[in-house]
Design a protein. Structure first.
Length: 561
């Protein structure tokens, strides 16, 4: 008997769960909801695609920011307030930038899976998909693209970081001006925490000269900051043909880099200054020497990216490069003026930088510095405003019960103080006078937000959810009628049960009305709302048409809500 009872309890407890048998006869129980959630997440991962957030209007040689798509990526609730690491790849066209970036993508997708045992991230038989790439001599990528689903990776301290992959249009093709190429390179460098400079065969003088604009910007920025303006630059030398001089990988790359950035008295002053500025503008500069991927990759028009068709030496170097850059312990969070940046703040930097590059000519470094300072302050405003809104939502958000006016104003002042403290404590560029208009903007935004919260709170007081009183009154009437019916039949015991229901309904309705009028007992009224909503969603709503006038009254209450 006890065994059957125990089996029955187990049966009830394991409803809604899947059972799997693994080797050794061990049974693993998985919740169906968890399984469904995992499948949904895997589907989102596999269906993600690159999104163009900067479009090049080639006829006008101008740039347009797709703000809607940018905000869709960076303001997603999964990542909006998480610190962000941006990995960008830039360089000349048809040199394999997108091809390489897809290996980064594959590695991050592999790491995102919960079970990594027995799986090789560099799957030899899988075609290479993700960012658009193809062989040949014509340009494939246009503008700037971000992978639409940021990856969430825990850093060495256990904090979740959003990782963004960024692909850029190749430079120096037949359709782009020097200004187009420089703008794309500038935007990529300025928003990246790690900028990969993809170059072919060797580090040459013209490769260094393409960094001249940014070193000049960096020189101005250094005069107003205690830290270097850019974070990490990686010279990725493709098709390195001299492994007998310097071996493939980071060590050989470091030796080549030291030679190319060496300053000597024999050099012209301009060349000396260029090398000095490059070193002074980046916190870290590395170089990686990559072998040629093989003739199948270079000459076969049907090559689809399968690793099995790539030379073994190239595969080996991929296994060194990609994990080294994307390992949680090595990820670099994007910083501006020494302050770590969130996805919410990165939106402001994109907007500010695109605005300054809209002119016909390349912007002066001074204007770029001002744009950075403006974006830096706007990002601080955005973060502080979010602090205010989060605090207000917790107290009087859409699902919260009515709060009396005095308590609402007290809470508003508390949240306002927190927001202003957040803004003032944020490290900003430009100094106090430059930041003052942005503080005033924050104050104005808080006033507008408070007006909205006040109106929303007042609406709760007058019309908040007619569903609850409608259902409670309906429940009261029905129970009263049934109680009277059973009393007429002489079944006083059963009538007493329904009489108790009437008392409960009257009590609940009284508490609910008192709370809505006075703003007191908000927790109690919230519990009543939840209970009534549960009854409505599970018992009334599926059969509302059968309730006639009651169903109609409840539907009307829903519309008033």
């Amino acid at each position: 008997m006890e065994d059957r009872l125990q089996a029955g309890l187990e049966s009830e407890d394991e409803k809604g769960k899947d059972h799997k048998i693994i080797h050794g006869g061990i049974r693993v129980v998985e919740d169906k909801k968890d399984t469904k959630r995992k499948k949904s997440e895997e589907k989102k991962i596999m269906e993600a695609k690159p999104i163009k957030i900067v479009n090049v209007v080639e006829e006008e040689h101008s740039f347009k920011l797709n703000e809607k798509e940018l905000e869709k990526i960076l303001l997603d609730k999964r990542v909006v307030d998480k610190k962000v690491a941006v990995i960008g790849v830039a360089g000349a066209y048809r040199k394999g930038k997108s091809f390489l970036l897809n290996f980064f993508l594959r590695y991050l997708q592999w790491r995102e899976r919960e079970d990594l045992s027995g799986m090789d991230w560099l799957d030899p038989e899988a075609p290479l998909t993700g960012f658009s790439w193809k062989g040949g001599s014509e340009r494939d990528t246009n503008g700037i693209l971000l992978w639409e689903r940021p990856f969430i990776v825990k850093d060495k301290n256990g904090e979740e970081i959003a990782v963004i992959l960024m692909d850029t249009q190749g430079a120096f093709d037949s359709q782009s001006t020097v200004k187009d190429c420089a703008t794309i390179f500038a935007l990529s460098t300025m928003v990246s925490s790690l900028q990969i400079y993809n170059i072919s065969m060797n580090i040459q003088e013209d490769d260094l000269q393409h960094l001249q604009l940014f070193t000049e910007y960096g020189r101005l920025a250094l005069a107003d900051a205690d830290c270097k303006p850019f974070q990490s630059l990686l010279f990725l030398v493709r098709d390195w043909s001299f492994p007998y001089e310097a071996e493939f990988g980071f060590q050989g790359g470091q030796r080549v880099l030291e030679k190319r950035l060496q300053v000597s008295e024999k050099q012209h002053a301009e060349l000396q200054q260029l090398r000095t500025h490059i070193r002074s503008c980046f916190e870290h500069i590395d170089c990686f020497l990559m072998p040629h991927p093989g003739l199948k990759v270079a000459t076969n028009p049907n090559f689809d990216g399968k690793v099995i068709d790539i030379e073994a030496e190239f595969q080996q170097q991929l296994r060194t490069l990609v994990p080294r850059l994307l390992d949680p312990g090595n990820l670099l969070v994007k910083e501006v003026n020494g302050r770590k940046t969130t996805c919410r703040e990165l939106v402001e930097y994109f907007k500010a930088y695109l605005k300054v590059f809209q002119g016909q000519d390349l912007p002066e470094p001074k204007n770029m510095l001002i744009a950075t300072a403006e974006a830096n302050n706007l990002a601080a405003v955005s973060s502080a405003r979010a602090v205010y809104q989060r605090g207000m939502e917790e107290a009087c958000g859409g699902e919260k019960p009515y709060m009396n006016t005095a308590d609402l104003e007290i809470h508003h002042e508390r949240c306002r103080t927190d927001a202003i403290r957040e803004f003032k404590n944020t490290r900003k560029m430009g100094g106090a006078d430059f930041s003052l208009p942005f503080l005033e903007r924050l104050e104005a935004d808080i006033v507008d937000s408070f007006d909205s919260y006040t109106k929303m709170n007042s609406g709760k007081n007058l019309f908040k959810s007619m569903r609850t009183p409608a259902i409670l009154v309906s429940f009261l009437i029905i129970n009263y009628i049934i109680q009277e019916l059973f009393q007429l039949l002489g079944l006083d015991g059963i009538a007493g049960i329904f009489s108790s229901m009437v008392v409960i309904a009257v009590t609940a309705l009284g508490i609910w009305c008192y709370s809505r009028y006075s703003g007191n007992m908000r927790d109690a009224s919230g519990h009543i709302d939840h209970a009534v909503n549960f009854v409505h969603e599970n018992f009334i709503s599926p059969h509302s048409a059968q309730f006639g006038g009651i169903g109609g009254a409840i539907q009307m209450a829903n519309q008033l809500q």
